[in-house]
Design a binder for this molecule. Structure first.
Ligand SMILES: [Zn+2]
Length: 252
């Protein structure tokens, strides 16, 4: 008798129409790397340039809110706001940090290492590893997917300017359902230094949210690799293959 009573009470919310709010979590996914080229600088250095883009294909936005106590503080602590099925939300502290970046002429707040990109000789992830110069990211709705998931908003919820200015003490940044945070190849710091890179085939490994700062519905699609044949002397890059999937060297 008692057992059946317990079951009835547990089933009550479902019988009343499921009022229990459930999280609408984001899901980050790395889009195809694009626009590869080898650039020679005026001083003769060789830079491998390409574009990167992280999409939110989840059931809710990724929202990262930065706050600092006063304008003397050089960094902001980051809270993730998670929306739910009933129109509410909850906030959780993350280990992510925002810093104010001026070196790339952006002059706004960047979430550090929202995406990391490394490159190593194919089959040798523990050998020489090259890294993308860009480290900080302003999360915003730069581009909408051509085939967005359900509930993607028609208008940008996190527009240009979301990442604040020098006097901001708080910013609300994010990535709506079905939008991508796009970093074209010509952007500042969107390159790897490939001076004296030996001719060969390399694997580029891009990881969004590499330290798991943000809660998502899936973490097994946060990496994408692209195998490229690079000839620095000839200035050519050929993409051989690419896919979403695990890649090294330092992210498990
Ligand atoms: Zn920026």
């Amino acid at each position: 008798m008692l057992a059946s009573l317990v079951v009835s009470i547990a089933a009550l919310p479902a019988m009343l129409g499921g009022c229990e709010p459930t999280d609408r979590l984001p899901d980050l996914r790395v889009g195809e790397l694009y626009g590869f080229s080898v650039q020679r600088t005026a001083s003769g250095r060789a830079l491998l340039r390409f574009g990167t883009i992280g999409f939110n294909v989840g059931a809710g936005p990724l929202e990262a809110r930065g706050v600092r106590t006063d304008t003397d503080s050089g960094s902001m602590l980051v809270t993730q706001r998670i929306y739910d099925s009933e129109g509410g939300h909850r906030d959780r502290r993350t280990s992510a940090v925002m810093v104010y970046d001026t070196g790339d002429n952006h002059d706004h707040w960047h979430t550090r290492q929202f995406m990391t990109v490394t490159m190593y000789r194919l089959g040798n992830p523990t050998g020489n590893v090259y890294g993308l110069r860009k480290l900080g990211y302003c999360l915003l709705d730069a581009e909408r997917m051509s085939n967005p998931p359900p509930n993607s908003p028609d208008t940008r919820q996190y527009p240009n300017g979301s990442c604040g200015n020098r006097s901001s003490t708080s910013v609300r940044t994010g990535l709506s359902i079905g939008y991508g945070d796009d970093y074209p190849p010509q952007y500042a710091h969107q390159w790897m230094d490939v001076n004296r890179l030996p001719l060969g085939t390399y694997r580029i490994c891009a990881t969004v949210d590499p330290f798991g700062d943000f809660v998502e519905s899936r973490d097994d699609n946060n990496q994408r690799w692209a195998d490229v044949r690079v000839n620095v002397r000839a200035g050519t890059v050929q993409v051989l293959d690419t896919a979403v999937g695990r890649c090294g060297p330092n992210v498990s």
